[in-house]
Structures are given as C-alpha cells and as structure tokens.
Design a protein around this ligand. Structure first.
Ligand code: ATP
Length: 454
C-alpha cells in the first residue's frame, strides 16, 4: 500500500519547479528582480496547455465567441476613460520601523519585517503610516521624447483592448449580442506586495473574455458564466473540495459592477481568487463612447439600439499554473521507495508520454524506442529518455507529471510489444508496439479524476 503525505506548501512547489526546470527566478545572475520569473521547458509546455485549453473552450468549441489580440500599449486616453488613471489603485502603508511597504487591505497576508511570525501592525514596534492610494499601472514613454505628452501605460488588463474594438468586431465578425470577444496576453501591474510565487506577480498572462448581452439578460448570463468557468476548472482535474465560489458583498464590488464572484482555490496560503467573474453592466462601453465620441452600441436590424451589458470572466495563467501544481503534488512511499509525483490531468500534463529503452546500448531496443518516439512526437509532446537507471527515469517522469511511460525491453525484441506504466496506479500492461499511437490517442480522451479526490 502506498502511504501519502499532505498538505503541500508553496516552498515545496517552488523547489520542484526549480529542480525540474518549470520556473526560474528571473535575472538570477544579477541577483534577481523580486517576484519576477522565467519559465523553463516544462513551464512553457504547461502554460501552453492551459492557454490552448482555455482558447479551445472559449473560442474553438463555441459559435458565439471570437478571438482578438490587441496591443499592450494603447492610447493613454483609453485608461482615462476606463477609470484606471484615477482609480486603479491599492491602499499602501509604510512601516516606519522596518521600512517595508504593505497593502493596507491585505495586512493579514503579510509578515512583519522584524518579526515574520507576526502581521504588520501586530507588534508594539510596528509604526504604520496612514494608507495612501498607489496607482498600479506601469508608465512608459512612446517615441523619442520623454515628456508628459509621450507618457503611456503598459496595460494592467487585456479587457480594455476588447472594449475599444467592440465596433470593429461586432460589424466584421457578423455577431449580434449575446456574443463574446476573447483575448489572451500579458498584463502588467506594479503590485505593492507581489509574492507567493506566481500567485501575485507584476507581469502575468491574462485570459479574459467580454461577453456582450442584451441588458435584460445580463443576470442570467452572469450566473451562466460562473457555472461554466467553475466546471472548466474542474475539467482541468482540480479537486472539487479545493474550489468554491465566493460572491462579493456590495461594499467590495467596483461601483459599476452589479455582481462579482470569485472562483476561489484553496492555495497553501488559504482560499484565494483564482478567477473573477463580473457583471460590468454598460459601464465600459458607455465610458468609451463618451470619451472617444464613437458610439459603441448595438443597432438591431429593425432600428432599435442599446448599449450591451458585459459579463467578464478573467483569470491569469499563473494562478491556474500554481493551482494545478498544488493540486497535483503528491509524495508517497511505495514498498521501500519514496517518490514525488505530479498527478496532473493527462490533458494538462506538459509531457504526455515517455519512451524508454530499458537497455539503451542494446541496438534492437534503442532503435525501436527511437522509432516509436519519432512516430509519437508528430502528434503529441513526448520525451525519449535513455539516461540512467530505469527506476530513476520513471521517477523523473513522475515528478514532471508524465501520465504514461512506454518501455522497450527484452520481450519487445521477441514479440514486438512494449510495457506501458501508468503514473498514478503504477499498473503495467503490455501493448503491441504498432498499437501504441492509437492507445495513447485513446487514453488522452478518457475521463480522469484525481486519485487524491475525497
Ligand atoms: P487581486 O484582488 O488578487 O489583486 P484583482 O481582483 O485585482 O485581483 P482582477 O483585476 O479581477 O484581479 O484580475 C483578473 C484575474 O487576473 C484574477 O482573477 C487573477 O487570476 C489574475 N491576476 C490579477 N492580478 C494578478 C497578479 N498580480 N498576478 C497573477 N495573476 C493576477
């Protein structure tokens, strides 16, 4: 029987990511740049999976959503109109004693600079200033001149690029409400207290979809999108018990929002926002109509006109990335051996299968393994590994979450079959070499549920 240990800490995930080349601290040879990360090979593969599964659910499998890729640096008037210049702020407090800065509304998540076991403000030595508002947008300059007229911003969200293209898309894509525009791309926020690995970073990849609906239907679509997004997160294999929906109270909501719900995940730091779903009403289209002079409204063929209301599900790849790794991480002792295993849903796993020649110097095994690898890699991300003891090669694949390993061994030379080893159960069976491709295609389509589910 396997004996399992839990729960996982953020430090464990950070060290696995580093050890296996998912994520590295950025600019490391220059001493790093706080809370900025670079993604290595498996990190890139995992991000690609998350992005493509999102695009698949949002665009490919729907008739009513189209894709967009807008610029990162927009005309600064966009951010005046959206309210970001005046209102995209967080309350900041400084501690005069330890000289650290904190978000006044998140002191319970921060640690005192002098006594890390205490919260800022909890010790008699803490001396916090009154909160003041700090704008989170990164400023830059466009062109050669660096004066006020050239000031611009790196986008803090992708959504505004969608709103300003409402007219282009609704006319050219021949869509009428209800319809949506989906976008994936980098956003930048000068967070006061980034941290907890990728959970809060200053540069992240957002996946946002603005769904434009007739005003009378907004409530219904808001409820629909909360349910859709929750079920999408479940479909990635995240455990039911680690997901919940939290509706914002009226005080917590933005002034223009008539409903906001967070889909929360139970991270090692507690329940936190994974994705937000907001009913933004007509706020954004109205603001851009007023500021730009271009009417962003829907005109029915019979002449009736209205400003659509907007439902927005917004999430970052980073928050999903961390949730997936925390959810999947497991350590167990099998017999007298310890192993670390990422029990990722096969459809999100960065590598779908490993092809391993048992004795790499045996030409018969090496040749067959290489040929199988070359066949499979045309269809899936697979890995060929001939370095080291077979047990070590299996454990390496377990740690990056590879669901299956095909081993070419002595018996393959006799009957052209291979062993397939299953990551979660460690069960092994034999398959004809010629049937591996079809078997893998099929296995990737099967339902999967975390063995750690309650
Ligand atoms: P928070 O309250 O955590 O600062 P927010 O409510 O400001 O987040 P939104 O503006 O709703 O976040 O952003 C939409 C989504 O973008 C969030 O649900 C989250 O998935 C992601 N996100 C926001 N800020 C960050 C960040 N600094 N790092 C990583 N992901 C982020």
């Amino acid at each position: 029987m396997a004996e399992t240990r839990q729960p996982v800490t953020m430090d464990t995930i950070v060290s696995l990511c580093r050890r296996r080349g998912f994520v590295f601290p950025s600019s490391e040879i220059y001493g790093g740049l706080g809370s900025t990360y670079d993604y290595g090979h498996y990190g890139v593969l995992l991000k690609n999976q998350i992005r493509s599964l999102w695009l698949r659910a949002m665009v490919q499998e729907r008739d009513d959503i189209v894709a967009l890729d807008s610029a990162i640096i927009l005309n600064p008037a966009v951010w005046e109109a959206s309210g970001h210049v005046s209102g995209f702020t967080d309350p900041l407090v400084d501690c005069r004693t330890c000289k650290l800065r904190f978000r006044a509304d998140q002191l319970e998540l921060a640690s005192c600079g002098r006594k890390p076991s205490k919260r800022p403000g909890e010790t008699p030595d803490c001396d916090l200033t009154e909160p003041r508002q700090f704008n989170l947008m990164f400023e830059t300059h466009v062109g050669a001149l660096q004066d006020a007229s050239s000031a611009a911003y790196l986008r803090p969200e992708t959504a505004q690029g969608i709103f300003i293209n409402f007219k282009n898309v609704s006319q050219l894509a021949r869509r009428k409400p209800p319809f949506g525009i989906a976008q994936v791309g980098k956003s930048f926020r000068n967070e006061i207290t980034p941290g907890n690995f990728l959970f809060r970073v200053r540069e992240f990849e957002q996946m946002e979809m603005e769904f434009f609906v007739p005003p009378a239907d907004a409530e219904e679509w808001y409820a629909y999108w909360i349910e859709q997004r929750l079920s999408w997160h479940r479909s990635l294999g995240l455990r039911e018990s680690n997901l919940r929906v939290r509706e914002h109270s009226a005080e917590e909501r933005s002034h223009y929002s008539s409903g906001t719900s967070d889909i929360e995940y139970l991270y090692p730091i507690g329940w936190q926002e994974l994705e937000g779903v907001a009913n933004r009403g007509e706020y954004d289209l109205t603001q851009h109509t007023q500021h730009s002079g271009t009417k962003l409204e829907w005109i029915d063929p019979d002449g009736g006109r209205y400003t659509p209301h907007v439902i927005e599900p917004a999430v970052s790849i980073e928050r999903i990335f961390v949730a997936l790794l925390c959810d999947a991480y497991d350590e167990e002792v099998v017999g007298d051996r310890e192993r670390t295993v990422l029990r990722l849903h096969p459809k999100v796993a960065p590598v779908k299968a490993a092809i391993l020649p048992l004795i790499p110097r045996d030409e018969g095994m090496a040749g067959r393994a290489r040929a199988l690898y070359e066949e499979l890699r045309r269809h899936h991300v697979v890995e060929h590994d001939e370095g080291g003891q077979i047990g070590r090669r299996y454990r390496r694949q377990d740690e990056i979450g590879t669901p299956w390993a095909f081993t070419v061994d002595e018996q393959t030379l006799e009957d052209e079959t291979v062993t397939v080893r299953e990551r979660d159960s460690l069960a092994q069976e034999r398959l004809p070499l010629s049937g591996v491709r079809a078997w893998l295609d099929d296995a990737l389509e099967r339902d999967w549920r975390s063995p750690q589910s309650d």
